[in-house]
Design a protein around this ligand. Sequence first.
Ligand code: NDP
Length: 281
Amino acid sequence: MAAIIDGKEIAMQIKDELKQTAAKKKAEGVEVSLAVIQVGNDPASSVYVRNKKKGCEYVGIRSLSYELPEETTQEELLSLIRELNGRKDVNGILVQLPLPSHIHEDTVIQTIDPKKDVDGFHPQSVGALCIGEKGFVSCTPAGIIQLLKRSGIEIEGKECVVLGRSNIVGKPMALLLLRENATVTIAHSRTKNLKEVTGRADILIVAVGKPKMITKEYVKEGAVVIDVGINRDESNKLCGDVDFEDVAPVCSAITPVPGGVGPMTIAMLLNNCMESVSLQS
Ligand code: NDP
């Protein structure tokens, strides 16, 4: 049976380390702060925003909350972001996605000052990651690297397959694994012989958004399986992209859903907030 990688516990370790750093900074007269903007009241977004604010509170990061109505115009949102870009007392700016359809997400992301882009979505942050320069890294893939390292799983020289090529998970994940000297394959919906490709992986990272799609036929015996998916199954229960019950017996380590990758995303957001201070000084 596989070892279960406990994301909750590892996220807590990171948050406790950040709590100490925040306290040290406070003693030096520096208070770290994050502006969180939500437009409309999508229930899932409200849960994410609440958890991010709770994380800030735990670590000792000040969070400034902007809850804007659904009918907020793009110009109103951009003007708030420009104001926050200019404020010395704001270190990080997070705009909760998705935004209402009348607002162009890319324009919003590109308006955030790259030095305050704690989500790591700005093209400048993505470019920096691509060429190996300093910058913010998208929180979910950064969290997965921490999960692997802190679980003692070696990445260098391993065959890693990333299933999914989104801008926020799949692509940055592949770049981070490459930075760790893995041999990386990215697979997606047009990949041929998918089981054969995923079956080569020593480390398989799945981010497809399809409940329980990955069964043991996709997984090499002894592989490490990281499940990014957050879905609801037919009985409305939270589940991942991996069929945990089916896959756990054949792999060496696996992340559960919930309690695997999810908590790491917030921990890395808080980490990015802390790092933003040095990027701005
Ligand atoms: P996207 O929908 O943006 O991307 C999904 C990717 O999966 C695409 O590249 C798509 O390929 C590929 N794909 C879809 N169906 C198949 C298939 N049948 N076979 C092979 N590849 C397929 O999703 P995200 O990356 O944003 O999110 C993925 C999952 O991770 C979701 O469940 C999401 O909720 C979750 N998530 C969890 C986070 C966390 O904190 N734990 C954070 C972010 C996301 P193609 O490009 O060809 O269409």
